[in-house]
Design a protein around this ligand. Structure first.
Ligand SMILES: [Zn+2]
Length: 443
């Protein structure tokens, strides 16, 4: 008999790779934080002697969900500036609040709140872009959460840096120790958008990204206005500016990519660019609807993100999967445009591929990190169960997540946090609300 740390015996298992197919009567063994085997229960009983046995007779085990785009600390701005179009939302709502409130302390508290919310909903990895990324990385490590921490780069001064050169210097610093080969944290560059950086800054960023071999993520073609203003001011669409800067390549994650023409989609596919689709954020800010069915037909890798809590306002990947599938069907005028299987793929392995992490996360396969979520289907809204993946994507809520592991470490057990102090986080969230309200920032 072989020892393993944990043996999980769910009713169903959807490993996503090699295929989004449902296994029954299977077990998943975890050793040293990684998946040691996915095998029939009878074989598991004779092969493994587990330290911890977790039996879940009404549950489906899936790879942990991957939130491919967020601004975690913005949980503290949730509900601060609602019902405004993107430009006004940024210029009148969010940016003034950020100038006033963003600090290391705010980022720490907001990020911890976000991490707890995400873990509660089965998310085991988030890709973040926000100020004080060194604090985001620390929070992720302290709470044992997996994160892609992308350093923001803009041309203007904020509380965190003064100009593009300083942002880039800080971005380079973060890539080095202690995150060079960290088991939980990966670093990246996040130029905010083409309207926030000059061509010169993009040029410098590209050189540094190539030198350090880091991936780049950027808000791109999020609104029609963004594209029009770029054309007016520079004579180029935002995409063309990135192309000219040499940034349209395999390392690029285009966040939103709502307004793309067919030629741009073809060029993206050819270059191997990935897209982070944030359907609820796009709906809430009336940005438009990304043509996801076209992207998939063109062969683009599509991931799903929640975006920040100020523009969603939930960090709930079950809601995103459902909305992504439904929107794709409606816009393609084809009910099979994005299936439940495809939506689950985008929220797991698609996310891993878009972040360059597909060899280590995104599916339940031997050797990958044991980033797992167990979802309880013994709920009224999940009955009866004809198709497990359909129930997951179209009928499940994130509070049905019962158990979560990240790199084999248990975070959630029967819906309860194992080591996160959620009462403490609630109290800190309220303190921030009081603080922001007192000075009249929140009406
Ligand atoms: Zn965003």
């Amino acid at each position: 008999m072989q020892h393993c740390d944990t043996l999980i015996v769910p009713r169903w298992c959807v490993p996503v790779e090699p295929a989004v197919k449902v296994l029954e009567g299977h077990a998943v063994a975890i050793t040293d934080g990684r998946v040691a085997a996915v095998l029939p229960l009878e074989q598991a009983k004779t092969r493994f002697q587990p330290s911890v046995l977790v039996e879940r007779p009404d549950h489906v085990l899936i790879p942990g969900l991957i939130n491919a785009h967020t601004h975690a600390a913005m949980t503290l701005f949730r509900g601060l500036a609602d019902d405004m179009p993107l430009e006004a939302w940024l210029h009148e709502g969010i940016w003034p609040a950020e100038r006033r409130w963003v600090s290391a302390e705010m980022v720490r508290d907001g990020t911890e709140l976000a991490i707890a919310e995400m873990i509660r909903g089965g998310i085991t990895c988030f890709s973040d872009q926000y100020f004080y990324p060194e604090i985001v990385a620390e929070a992720a490590v302290d709470l044992s959460m997996r994160a892609v921490v992308a350093t923001p780069v803009v041309d203007f001064r904020t509380g965190w840096a003064n100009n593009a050169a300083e942002y880039l210097q800080k971005a380079a610093d973060l890539v080095h120790d202690p995150y060079a080969d960290h088991p939980l944290v990966t670093t990246a560059f996040a130029p905010h958008s083409t309207f926030a950086l000059s061509d010169e800054s993009f040029g410098e960023l590209r050189v540094l990204a190539d030198q350090l071999d880091v991936r780049v993520q950027i808000h791109l073609h999020e609104t029609a206005a963004e594209v029009e203003i770029s054309l007016r001011d520079t004579g180029k669409r935002p995409y063309e500016r990135l192309l000219d800067a040499g940034l349209v390549n395999r390392s690029l994650l285009a966040v939103h990519a709502v307004h793309m023409d067919d030629e741009e989609i073809a060029r993206f596919a050819e270059a191997g660019v990935s897209v982070a689709h944030c359907p609820n954020s796009n709906l809430k800010l009336a940005s438009g609807i990304a043509p996801i069915a076209k992207y998939r037909r063109a062969g683009l890798t599509v991931a799903i993100g929640t975006d920040g809590a100020a523009s969603n306002n939930m960090l709930d990947m079950f809601s995103e999967m459902r909305t992504a599938a439904l929107l794709a069907k409606a816009t393609a005028n084809d009910a099979s445009a994005v299936t439940a299987d495809e939506a689950l793929h985008m929220a797991t392995l698609g996310g891993a591929m878009a972040l360059g992490l597909e060899s280590s996360i995104g599916s339940i396969e031997t050797g990958k990190w044991a980033d797992l979520a167990c979802v309880n289907l013994r709920t009224l809204n999940s009955q009866p169960i004809y198709d497990v993946v359909s129930q997951l994507v179209y009928a499940s809520r994130c509070d049905q997540v019962a158990d979560v592991w990240i790199a084999g470490r248990r975070h959630l057990e029967n819906g309860q946090f194992v080591h996160i102090d959620s009462d403490g986080l609630l109290a800190r969230g309220n303190e921030w609300r009081d603080r922001m309200s007192e000075t009249g920032e929140v009406q």
